[in-house]
Design a protein around this ligand. Structure first.
Ligand code: HSE
Length: 336
């Protein structure tokens, strides 16, 4: 399977390490032989039609800060150049999410699908802004668009609701979908001010480069869009979400929640409306998880409410979700 990898940050590098360390096992167990034929990062590119040497790719990135020093010819290709010029089967899109125009991820994904490539995106921007039309484009071009890593990192939230609960009618769901804000609110419940909790989260490297994505609920809202489309068959995009972040949460809000035997959490919910907002959650509710954990409760017609809890971010966790998507694509290809 020939793969183009756009974006070589923490997730992209974790994926390459994972594929490298598991190569024999992946072939023996699943018949999967991934070859990365092209990679781009913010500074340049590397390509090799027979497949790049994965450990060398990691070494070069570590040493020079970019894959462009891989050093076998062309190294200034953009993601679009690679997608338009290389023979490949799958695009893995891991560039940074942006919720203004979703670029460059949007062009990568649409061009790849038009070229007949299957796509795995962990970039939430394009899905948040155009989920319905991207799914249509995938169907039209008879390719798969997979995005397991966009919600819950390595925790298979989307898969659980779509496949484990198949045949059920999910009537509503609510979840903590952003680890950073959960960490900040947990610290505030333990006595820190918003500002010191934010600084602590920054020091630990949890906060997005653009802090507004976490603090103003954009990341949680993007995940809610993906869940609502995929699980509830809604046709919605980011502007359909009512959104309040955590910047205005005060110590007294936290204390008030505590008096009610509750904790204040940033909850993304889908009932009649799609809302991201701070909300009091009972300390006895399984949804009430602390630290950077994510949790989501699905309520369905026959099987009641079930909660799934796990780490919602992290390089290797998210890489494991890309691997799940790759295996699904591999299975689909071999069926055909
Ligand atoms: N900023 C996100 C979070 C990362 O804190 O959950 C994963 O999408």
């Amino acid at each position: 399977m020939r793969i183009i990898l756009c974006g070589f940050g923490v997730v992209g590098q974790s994926l390459v390490k994972l594929l490298d360390s598991r190569s024999e096992d992946l072939y023996a167990r699943f018949g999967l032989k991934p070859r990365i034929v092209g990679v781009t990062d913010r500074k340049g590119s590397a390509q090799e039609s027979s497949g790049l040497d994965l450990s060398r790719l990691i070494e070069v990135k570590k040493k020079f800060g970019s894959v462009k020093k891989y050093g076998n010819g062309k190294n200034k290709q953009t993601g679009l150049d690679l997608i338009n010029n290389l023979d490949a089967d799958v695009l893995v899109e891991t560039t940074t999410s942006n919720y203004k125009d979703a670029e460059p991820g949007m062009s990568h994904i649409t061009s790849a699908m038009k070229q007949g490539l299957h796509v795995i995106s962990v970039n939430k921007g394009p899905l948040a802004l155009a989920f319905p039309s991207l799914m249509e484009l995938a169907t039209y071009n008879q390719v798969l668009l997979k995005f397991s890593g966009t919600v819950g990192g390595g925790t298979p939230i989307l898969d659980y609701a779509k496949n484990s609960l198949r045949g059920e009618r999910i009537s509503s769901f609510a979840g903590i979908l952003n680890g950073t804000t959960n960490y900040i609110l947990t610290n505030m419940a333990n006595g820190m001010t918003f500002e010191s909790a934010l600084q602590d989260a920054k020091k630990k490297g949890y906060v997005e480069e653009d802090e507004s994505l976490d603090l103003d609920g954009l990341d949680a809202a993007a995940k809610l869009v993906i869940l609502a489309n995929w699980i509830m068959d809604f046709k919605v995009t980011l502007p359909d979400i009512k959104r309040i972040g955590i910047r205005k949460v005060t110590t007294s809000d936290i204390q008030k929640a505590s008096k009610n035997n509750c904790a204040l959490k940033l909850i993304a919910s889908c009932n009649k409306d799609l809302i991201v907002s701070p909300k009091e959650i009972s300390l006895n509710d399984p949804l009430c998880v602390n630290g950077t954990l994510n949790a989501i409760s699905f309520t369905s017609e026959h099987s009641g409410t079930q909660t799934i809890i796990g780490r919602g971010a992290g390089g290797i966790e998210t890489a494991s979700s890309i691997l799940r998507d790759l295996l699904d694509i591999r299975q689909e290809i071999s069926k055909n």
